[in-house]
Design a protein around this ligand. Structure first.
Ligand code: AMP
Length: 379
């Protein structure tokens, strides 16, 4: 089945029913596929636009089997898919992305190893398993540094910044709960960028323009494309993407987050799926990160990527929705493309939607949005 081209009329199964699954589904529906989603929350964001939902936990093997029976191909919208379920699907030729991308990206130790094996630059780091190893690593790497859990952290959760030896206690506590922690040099970066690309099982890769990311309280706040970086940095980002994709055997859309220091890059994090910093591709590119992903997993050729011009994407967290609605009549805001994810409950830090602004000079838009307080720069 995996070598066949899956055309319109086929059924795609998605594990995970949040906004990424929803936007994958919208792309798939445009292309004539049916979609069934596995998610424990009835009428989750993806289910609202899909054909069918299996309401069950992600690691419920009976539900995974049911999904397999209903689907011609299966994908996922988040990296913490149960590995046993992924291996089960891979063995049945239903998971073209394979289980390896998940295995690697579920664990910061394996992730770093993949970056190093691909000859890509990373910040100095050490993996530690005991209090004495942690103290030794912090001493050797120096301050400031950051301790991160190897598994399960996201959006700054599972991280402790170490500015001096006085900060070690919370890191030790984290280590005692997690068993294994990575200590990493704090990078005084100039900016953060990401590169999103899509790879077919034959190894063809298409890249989206390198984008620049602004975080607020450790959560992605805004993405500006193209990033304001030299051609050399953009080229290094692409080379890193290709090398890492080949090491891991990536299929589908994949994202790599990096720090830029002068003319150098340092790889920070990998995501084996479409990424929040690639939402701008929906309006700003000839093909979106979601449609390319569907093409790759259905084994049909990738579309060439043409960039229409500048883009600014701003996330709407729960706490941002009201201020945004209040400014909706503003000439700048009127021009934005609003995407809401259909989440029932608004929580201050929950990603409820995003807005994409398209203009030739995205930095002018960015400045405008800062002035209108629709973007708040991290101090
Ligand atoms: P992560 O979950 O590793 O992507 O970290 C979330 C955010 O924390 C990153 O996007 C950076 O803004 C910041 N961060 C993480 N690691 C480092 C580091 N070693 N040096 C500087 N900033 C970092």
């Amino acid at each position: 089945m995996q070598n066949n081209k899956l055309l319109f009329g086929s059924t795609i199964g998605i594990i995970g029913g949040g906004q990424l699954g929803r936007m994958m589904t919208t792309a798939a529906k445009h292309m004539g596929y049916s979609v069934v989603v596995l998610d424990p929350t009835p009428n989750c964001p993806t289910a609202q636009v899909a054909d069918d939902q299996i309401v069950a936990a992600y690691d419920d093997m009976e539900a995974v089997q049911k999904l397999a029976e209903q689907s011609d191909v299966i994908t996922y919208e988040f990296e913490n898919v149960d590995l046993e379920a992924a291996q089960y699907l891979e063995a049945r030729q239903l998971l073209p992305q394979g289980a390896n991308s998940l295995r690697v990206t579920q664990d910061r130790e394996l992730e770093k190893k993949a970056m190093v094996d691909s000859d890509q630059p990373v910040a100095p780091f050490a993996i530690v398993k005991s209090k004495s190893e942690l103290e030794e690593a912090a001493q050797e790497i120096g301050y400031p540094s950051v301790a991160k859990t190897c598994r399960g952290g996201y959006d700054g959760k599972g991280q402790v910044k170490l500015t001096s030896a006085d900060d070690l206690d919370p890191a030790v506590e984290m280590l005692e709960n997690a068993g294994r922690v990575i200590v990493e040099k704090w990078v005084p970066f100039d900016k953060e960028i990401s590169i999103i690309f899509t790879r077919t099982k034959d190894g063809n890769i298409s890249y989206f323009p390198v984008a620049e990311n602004k975080h607020r309280e450790h959560i992605l706040h805004a993405t500006i494309a193209p990033a304001k970086v030299s051609d050399g940095v953009a080229e290094k980002a692409k080379e890193a993407a290709k090398a890492i994709a080949e090491t891991i055997g990536v299929v589908g859309t994949f994202a790599i987050e990096m720090f830029v220091c002068g003319d150098e890059i340092l790889i920070n994090e990998l995501a084996p799926r479409p990424h929040n910093s690639g939402h701008y591709t929906i309006e700003a590119c000839s093909v979106s990160q979601f449609e390319q992903h569907i093409r790759a997993i259905c084994n049909i050729p990738l579309a060439p990527v043409y960039f229409h011009g500048g883009a600014v994407m701003v996330n709407l967290l729960g706490k941002d929705v009201e201020p945004y609605v209040e400014k909706m009549e503003d000439y700048r805001v009127v021009a934005g493309h609003l995407h809401m994810y259909g989440k029932k409950e608004n929580k201050p830090l929950r990603k409820m939607g995003h807005v994409t602004y398209i203009e030739n000079d995205p930095w002018r838009v960015y400045q405008d949005l800062v002035e209108k307080n629709l973007i708040q720069e991290d101090k």
